[in-house]
Design a binder for this molecule. Structure first.
Ligand SMILES: NC(=O)c1ccc[n+]([C@@H]2O[C@H](COP(=O)([O-])OP(=O)(O)OC[C@H]3O[C@@H](n4cnc5c(N)ncnc54)[C@H](OP(=O)(O)O)[C@@H]3O)[C@@H](O)[C@H]2O)c1
Length: 226
């Protein structure tokens, strides 16, 4: 892990393991307690990473607002907000999203093709080659993020981005919030998309903590195979 940032995936899912409904609408099933949990986790990192699909669904992302969390960041010599980094091979990101008016640095991880689009809303554009799947070589990308001084990043989804990271052994921890809803749907996204693993080769996790708060369960796992 020395040559890449520590990575923590943070996702809320329904009791039937979906991170959104079948229309891929922005997930709104987490409670305010879950939102506070997400804000706290975001406040601990140097940058957050999100897939283009997630940015498209939400249009914005969560910022750190609570004074005690902002004070902790200041004490740790961190800027008030983590950098927000979008991953998009195509580079096709609508430029009128409210995300671009939010007060943090906006970075893009893309390909040479992707960078030919209008990416001027991003303060930094990092270009990487692709691997066989046509996906960006995230191993290379994460190495660059570390070289740029990012030691801990939060991966906020969606399932496709998490799947790509997991395939390249780039995930250290998961925070999963199980929310008291069922949405079903065979096309509704789950925390890990992509091709998937055979169960004999599934990524083994160690449960670090489990907490029930009101109707939600907060699960914290470490990925053992890294
Ligand atoms: N419940 C939750 O906590 C939560 C959190 C986040 C998202 N969500 C939900 O998840 C859904 C979106 O998830 P998703 O799986 O569809 O999308 P996603 O992972 O957010 O985005 C997929 C897109 O991101 C880019 N991308 C991801 N991995 C890449 C890689 N390795 N290399 C190059 N590009 C990569 C590609 O963009 P291009 O096509 O532009 O190349 C790809 O089409 C939404 O419905 C959202 O509401 C839920």
């Amino acid at each position: 892990m020395e040559n890449r940032p520590k990575t923590t995936v943070i996702l809320a899912m329904t009791a039937d393991g979906k991170i959104a409904d079948f229309q891929r609408n922005a997930a709104r099933f987490g409670s305010d307690i879950d939102k506070n949990h997400l804000e706290k986790q975001i406040s601990l990192v140097d940058a957050v990473l999100l897939g283009a699909g997630t940015l498209k669904a939400y249009g914005t992302t969560l910022t750190v607002k609570k004074s005690e969390l902002l004070a902790n960041r200041k004490q740790n010599n961190q800027p008030s907000q983590p950098i927000n980094i979008v991953v998009s091979a195509s580079g096709k990101i609508a430029d009128n999203l409210p995300f671009f008016s939010q007060p943090f640095p906006h970075w893009l991880i893309t390909t040479e093709e992707g960078a030919k689009n209008n990416t001027s809303n991003f303060e930094k554009v990092l270009i990487f080659s692709t691997i066989e799947t046509g996906k960006i070589n995230l191993l290379q990308a994460f190495k660059t993020l570390k070289e740029l001084g990012l030691n801990h990043i939060a991966i906020l989804g969606g399932g496709e981005l998490v799947g790509s990271c997991l395939e390249e052994n780039l995930i250290d921890e998961f925070w999963l919030t199980v929310c008291p809803y069922v949405v079903g749907g065979k096309t509704a996204p789950t925390p890990v998309e992509g091709k998937g693993f055979l169960s004999s080769h599934g990524q083994k996790l160690q449960l670090l903590s489990l907490e029930q708060i009101e109707q939600e369960i907060f699960l914290h796992y470490k990925v053992l195979s890294n």
